[in-house]
Design a protein. Structure first.
Length: 266
């Protein structure tokens, strides 16, 4: 029985958790090394995948930074690369799992977003993910797409690869400004990274299509930050605001994931 899986983005917030999780489940995990298998060389990518013959390829890698130097390569990484991977997996009959984002929905429309909601982001990372979703399903209709929210990861080691997690971002804001502004009118999609990883492990058995992972059923950002402060014993100065109003929550009744209340209430 083939137990090998290839995972891209293994150094990121999710990848650092997913690799050991899948290994504990008995999978032979092979990390994609972009310095050895460049993402702009189709033949090298296909040869690498074909040679290792994985059961599945889980594509986590993405450029989410707003830094201009990072954005130079974002189209290639966020759009072109998953498109090529989807096609390669199709012709070699390998399950392809692509991680997308709640940011495919713009701030101009409010959730909660169902699977019938139409993604509409017109710029940046959200646009690239929205177009990548369409392209991946066109290239490989059997693909599984997992839309994710902001990940909550406790960064005990201070790893720079976890800098995009919610807690790392809040720590940075507190360090830079001496306070954390948290709106009672913002309802983000988010989940605890280990709960997300658990669903990603299950996704190897999912049928084709789009799935939405979100643990936030009814908490505002202010409530989330307050709960995290108490749960992780953070020395945060939280300032309650109403300056940002948006509902980004996604819903998908097929996904059974712990709610924030179940995970972080004491």
């Amino acid at each position: 029985m083939n137990s090998r899986i290839i995972i891209t983005g293994t150094r990121g917030t999710l990848g650092q958790q997913l690799v050991p999780f899948m290994q504990e489940k008995g999978f032979d995990v092979l990390a994609w090394n972009r310095s050895m298998i460049p993402v702009d060389d189709y033949h090298q990518m296909e040869n690498f995948i074909q040679l290792n013959n994985p059961k599945a390829l889980i594509h986590l890698a993405a450029i989410t930074s707003l830094d201009e130097n990072d954005r130079i390569n974002s189209w290639q990484v966020n759009y072109e690369w998953p498109s090529e991977l989807a096609w390669i997996c199709r012709i070699h009959q390998i399950k392809f799992i692509f991680t997308s984002s709640a940011m495919v929905f713009s701030q101009q429309q409010n959730g909660p977003f169902s699977l019938e909601s139409i993604p509409d982001e017109q710029s940046g990372y959200g646009l690239e993910k929205r177009l990548a979703e369409e392209r991946v399903l066109s290239q490989n209709p059997d693909s599984v797409i997992l839309r994710l929210g902001w990940q909550i990861a406790e960064d005990k080691a201070g790893s720079p690869e976890s800098k995009n997690s919610m807690i790392a971002s809040l720590d940075k804001q507190m360090k830079n400004t001496g306070e954390i502004k948290a709106s009672t009118k913002w309802f983000p999609s988010c989940s605890y990274v280990q709960d997300t990883v658990g669903i990603m492990g299950q996704s190897l058995t999912f049928s084709e299509g789009i799935y939405q992972l979100n643990s936030n059923t009814d908490w505002s950002f202010f409530q989330i930050v307050t709960a995290l402060k108490n749960y992780f014993n953070k020395d945060w100065n939280i300032v309650q605001t109403k300056d940002y109003e948006h509902d980004q929550r996604m819903i998908d009744d097929r996904i059974k994931i712990k709610t924030l209340n179940e995970r972080f209430s004491r």
